[in-house]
Design a protein around this ligand. Structure first.
Ligand code: PLP
Ligand code: NBG
Length: 814
């Protein structure tokens, strides 16, 4: 199939000369400049557009194949996407890396220089947003017709710097210089209402008319999401809020009230202004609910528009559409689809409900009660009056169903209701998400089990078949091929081809090389070279990394107690045979999360004390890498020897950083939490450093009422010394709050796991001394990480939740 035929379009060149011609013509006609005066920015934009054109060509073929097939589409609704830098990925996925490297020389730049200008859109907080990016990549790679919907925040996740040892935040105006990867689509804009009131519709019991008090425009743009090793190019469509023309108040303007004249437009545009930088506690701010509804309303109207391009019968809607809710953030979509079907398209309630339920599926990403979103009823009522009425109706029918199954069990009704009554009336979004969907999944086996047995157990009693597990996965293209080219080349050589990049299970073939001394030596040399590149510390030291958001449940404070313990040991025995370590932390703390920021300060204070100590510093170095993001992750992960995955068991839903590090041959020290359990099962217990309480023991200890953190302190001399040092001001007087909270309630049982952790780290040191054994374990970690490919994750969703099949896109024939 050649879509250019009849359009008079020529095929984009595949030779070096043709690529260069295209590059120059882009520079002249689209960038409007010349070779002589092209700045680095000009060259970067020009190259990006030239590469983008090649993907756009594939995109056109994809759209045609999808249109002809009229398949069931997957729509992924996510308030966050952490896409990472685009240029290098798109060079790889379009197979133009070598052509580009040659061609940009004519503009007077190297490819590396231009890649350095490629800014990552930081439209997410951490794991959840990065998962969304890995899944859209894998959907395209697996030829699944899909669109990812999100919000085009003007300001992404803040930039972090460390100033005076503490976290400082700077706004991230990520598209300030433009974003060449984006296609604006103003014709597909949507209108979204807020506030106002509802009116009955004469002659109808269920239909209502909603008269919004504020109207905002949602303008989409999309970025291309190519598949690897296939022709499919899907899109991520991001909405940006704009004031309507009517929001400019000409009469005020004429009266000289210039600021007041644009006030309404400014208010509208605030909706997509900034990403909320909290990744685990819900603030319950009205603006956040506004963002969520804005995303859902725009996306659903777009989904319906697309459905109606090819279909006319609503009874086909759920067969052609599946909408995956990425956590509870887009859950309001359930009420919005009901509103659209009942009020605007005039379907009967029952039909609308049956369509809605069959259309949605929900992924839960947490076990922390404080992260399960609820909204005060009064906020909802003001902002989305019609949706609240719909939720009440959904709840009424739902509670009837519960009552039929469990007659007289009023306690159960109270627990399961979508509306919480005490101490304040609130809408429980997770309950709405379970009631209004066909499938609910957790993101690792333990997480899914705990959801069924604890947080959502009443729902699992009612609908056992609804609950599933889909273990997370990661993109091997970005996190090994692009991030770690040296190791990728060695793997390709070892396996005799690049097939592993889209079939990661092939890595198992490396097992045959795990005892080959010369292979192990090369493996080790690559790790060392990656450490030299990272330049965080002595490349021969054990590079021990803890890179993730700062949160008490992740327990950076536990790692810190270990560091202080090593510091004391070395000081007390300067001549000892110590294993040199470089401990690298990276991660952001939510700006209002003071306890997490205190931990960052203490890390930096301890790091400075150690650096100034001539006795300890030859053996121990603490580095805090600023502004953790996908780009930085891609530099750190290939250089890591040891991966710290030390959350309190039962708290980390899955983790995906753990997978990336294991894939790159880092050995994990970890608890039986989240996906650690599955990593350990696959790489083998002998190749994983396990310690600590399991989820059951942790819960039992916490709820027994018997736990006293201080007992551990009193019992354990090294622990006492570590905490005493903090309290006595040994680290510049920093850390009293951290020590106080550990000795007090110790919410995440840090002190309970301290001894097991330190002993396990001693075991790590012993193994490290035997480099041949360490390297063998490292190879086996990589060899058995195939399961953690996001391609597998997507195949699981496709088979068990979405029930969709791939739609192959024909190749370009000439
Ligand atoms: N933040 C960034 C920038 C990441 O790249 C990742 C995953 O690699 C995460 C957060 C998630 O890390 P974790 O699974 O350790 O919480
Ligand atoms: C995070 C979990 C991680 C998990 C990612 C992706 C939220 C709310 N949840 O454990 O904490 O890996 O989601 O599933 O960000």
């Amino acid at each position: 199939m050649d879509l250019r035929q009849g359009l008079g379009l020529r095929r984009l060149g595949r030779t070096a000369d043709e690529f260069q011609q295209d590059l120059l013509s882009t520079l002249y006609y689209r960038r409007g400049t010349t070779v002589e005066s092209a700045s680095a920015r000009d060259a970067y934009e020009t190259l990006s557009l030239t590469v983008r054109d090649r993907l756009a060509e594939r995109r056109a073929r994809t759209a045609a194949a999808h249109f002809a097939t009229n398949p069931r589409w997957v729509y992924y609704l996510s308030a966050e996407y952490l896409l990472g830098a685009q240029l290098e990925q798109n060079l790889l996925y379009s197979g133009t890396g070598e052509l580009a490297a040659e061609a940009v020389k004519t503009l007077g730049f190297t490819l590396e220089e231009l890649e350095g200008l490629d800014i990552e859109p930081g439209l997410g907080n951490g794991g959840l947003g990065r998962l969304a990016a890995c899944l859209v990549d894998a959907m395209a790679t697996r030829d699944i017709p899909a669109v990812g919907y999100g919000i085009r925040y003007d300001f992404g996740i803040f930039k972090q710097s460390i100033s005076g040892g503490a976290q400082a935040e700077c706004p991230d105006d990520w598209a300030f210089q433009g974003n060449p990867w984006e296609f604006p689509a103003p014709d597909d804009r949507q209108t979204v209402g807020f506030y106002g009131h509802t009116e009955p519709v004469p002659g109808s019991q269920t239909r209502k008319r909603w008269i919004p008090g504020e109207v905002v425009l949602g303008e989409p743009s999309h970025m291309l999401v190519p598949g690897y090793g296939t022709e499919t190019v899907n899109i991520v469509r991001l909405w940006r809020a704009r004031g309507s023309e009517a929001s400019f108040d000409l009469s005020r303007f004429s009266a000289g009230q210039y600021a007041e004249a644009v006030q309404e437009a400014v208010r509208a545009e605030n909706i997509s202004k900034v990403l909320y930088p909290d990744d685990s506690t819900e603030l319950g701010r009205e603006l956040r609910l506004k963002q969520q509804y804005f995303l859902c309303s725009c996306s659903l109207r777009d989904i319906i528009r697309r459905f109606r391009l090819r279909n006319s019968d609503w009874s086909d809607f759920a067969d052609k559409t599946v909408i995956q809710l990425n956590d509870t953030h887009p859950t309001i979509a359930i009420a919005e689809l009901m509103r659209l079907l009942v009020d605007e398209y005039e379907l009967e309630w029952d039909q609308a409900w049956s369509i809605t339920r069959r259309t949605f599926a929900y992924t839960c990403h947490t076990l922390l009660p404080e992260a399960l979103e609820t909204w005060p009823v009064h906020v909802f009522e003001r902002l989305l009056p019609r949706h609240l009425e719909i939720i009440y109706l959904i709840n009424m029918f739902f509670l009837r169903e519960v009552e039929e199954r469990f007659p007289g069990d009023t306690d159960r009704l109270r627990r399961m209701s979508i509306i919480q009554e005490e101490p304040e009336r609130r809408v429980r979004m997770a309950h709405l998400a379970v009631v209004g969907t066909e499938a609910v999944n957790g993101v690792a086996e333990l997480h899914s089990k705990l959801l069924r047995e604890t947080v959502l157990n009443d729902f699992a009693d009612l609908w056992p078949a609804k609950f599933q597990n889909v273990t997370n996965g990661i993109s091997p293209r970005r996190f090994i091929k692009i991030a770690n080219p040296r190791l990728s080349d060695l793997i390709t050589e070892g396996l005799g081809g690049e097939g592993w990049l889209s079939d990661l299970d092939q890595l198992a073939g490396l097992e045959a090389l795990a005892d080959d001394a010369s292979f192990l030596e090369r493996w080790r040399a690559i790790k060392r070279a990656n450490k030299v590149d990272l330049a965080a510390g002595d490349p021969d030291s054990l590079t021990d990394v803890m890179i993730k958001r700062f949160h008490e449940y992740k327990r950076q404070q536990l790692k810190l107690l270990h560091i202080i313990t090593l510091y004391h040991r070395i000081r007390n025995d300067p001549g000892g045979d110590w294993v040199p370590r470089t401990v690298l932390f990276a991660g952001k703390a939510a700006p209002a999360y003071h306890a997490a920021k205190d931990i960052i300060r203490l890390i930096n204070a301890v790091g400075s004390t150690i650096a100034a100590d001539p006795v300890v510093s030859p053996y121990l170095k603490v580095v805090f890498a600023e502004n953790y993001n996908v780009t930085l992750a891609e530099r750190i992960i290939p250089a890591a020897d040891l991966s710290e995955q030390i959350s309190l068991a039962g708290k980390e839903a899955s983790g995906t950083g753990n997978m990336k590090l294991a894939l790159n041959g880092a050995l994990t020290i970890g608890t039986l939490d989240g996906a650690n359990i599955e990593i350990r099962a696959r790489v083998g217990a002998d190749n994983f450093f396990l310690f600590g309480l399991d989820a059951f023991q942790a819960a039992e200890l916490r709820y027994s009422g018997q736990y006293r953190a201080r007992d551990n302190y009193e019992r354990d001399g090294e622990l006492r010394a570590a905490i005493d040092a903090i309290q006595s001001g040994a680290f510049g007087g920093v850390g009293h709050e951290v020590a106080g909270s550990l000795l007090g309630w110790d919410e995440y049982l840090t002190l309970a796991d301290y001894r097991a952790y330190v002993d396990c780290q001693d075991h790590v040191d012993r193994v490290w001394r035997d480099q041949a054994t360490w390297s063998r374990m490292s190879v086996l970690n990589t060899a058995h990480s195939g399961f953690f490919s996001a391609d597998r994750t997507v195949s699981d969703y496709a088979a068990r939740i979405w029930r969709v099949a791939p739609v192959p896109v024909p190749r370009d024939e000439d």
